[in-house]
Design a protein around this ligand. Structure first.
Ligand code: IPE
Ligand code: IPE
Ligand code: MG
Length: 252
């Protein structure tokens, strides 16, 4: 999006708002969006990818520091191969854009991190991911995680395996294992847990997203399909979050 248009865009006044530090987004509803229009599902994914760019930039502009976008789950491989191929192609396009927009990326200050199992991804995509992570490693305005071939259960298993290794070689005792050890072995190690998780498309489930990290997240649901999701919807989610009373087991 060009800068002039972005400047004209109405932005949420966050002065008296309790802004979430970390927002997770389950980008769902692309297929139904396409079906409603009688177009192939990949067109829904293309629109979804466009909205991802827009919401990511907007969230950073209003001051959200950490964002995690759920783009492709470990379970999504069960979809028809043509659909999976189309989604992978969209990832390629997004990653290649980084090269063409180096200057803009500098201004955005986005540090990209891809979370998920890379061993299952096409080699050229893994190379592009590594490049994007390397080239954004010095950025700190906003930390953006893209969950790609990601599964929350797999992630926990991965962390437990690292701990088991340490126990097996005598570096650690089973009794010494803490919650921080588990958190530290996740893809999101070092990042705050998500304060708010947004799920559009009228589904009310977590679908294997950030299972460990979402223990005390606030949830915000909407019937809007992801390709129709706007910055106003994002504002609604943030405002709802701001009014929530998080008790963490304590009394209010
Ligand atoms: C989300 O949209 C994108 C991915 C899961 C890759 P869907 O493709 O799941 O859209 P619906 O749920 O079928 O509408
Ligand atoms: C969750 O959406 C995964 C992503 C958005 C990447 P799904 O469409 O895969 O979830 P289910 O199958 O409806 O639970
Ligand atoms: Mg879906």
């Amino acid at each position: 999006m060009c800068c002039a248009r972005r400047e004209a865009e109405k932005m949420l006044d966050t002065t008296n708002i309790n802004l979430p530090r970390h927002v997770g987004v389950i980008m769902d509803g692309n297929g139904r969006w396409a079906k409603k229009r009688g177009v192939p599902r990949w067109e829904g994914h293309r629109e979804g990818a466009r909205v991802f760019r827009r919401i990511g930039e907007y969230a950073a502009d209003i001051g959200v520091k950490y964002l995690t976008f759920y783009a492709f789950s470990t379970e999504n491989w069960s979809r028809p191969p043509e659909e999976v191929a189309a989604i992978m192609q969209l990832f390629r396009e997004y990653l290649l854009e980084g090269d063409e927009r180096i200057k803009e990326n500098e201004e955005k200050g986005m540090r990209l991190r891809f979370i998920g199992d890379r061993s299952g991804l096409p080699a050229d995509i893994v190379n592009l991911i590594e490049k994007a992570e390397r080239e954004s490693a010095d950025k700190s305005r906003v930390y953006v995680n893209i969950a790609l071939n990601y599964g929350g259960r797999d992630e926990i298993v991965g962390s437990v395996k690292k701990i088991a290794q340490k126990v097996a070689c005598g570096e650690m005792k089973p009794d010494d294992i803490t919650q921080d050890d588990i958190s530290g072995g996740l893809y999101t190690a070092g990042q705050p847990d998500p304060d708010l998780i947004i799920r559009p498309s009228g589904e009310y489930r977590i679908s294997n997203f950030l299972l460990w990290q979402s223990a005390y997240s606030e949830f915000w649901y909407s019937d809007v399909l992801w390709p129709d999701f706007t910055t106003d919807d994002f504002d609604r989610a943030v405002l709802a979050y701001s009014g929530r009373n998080r008790r963490f087991g304590n009394i209010g």
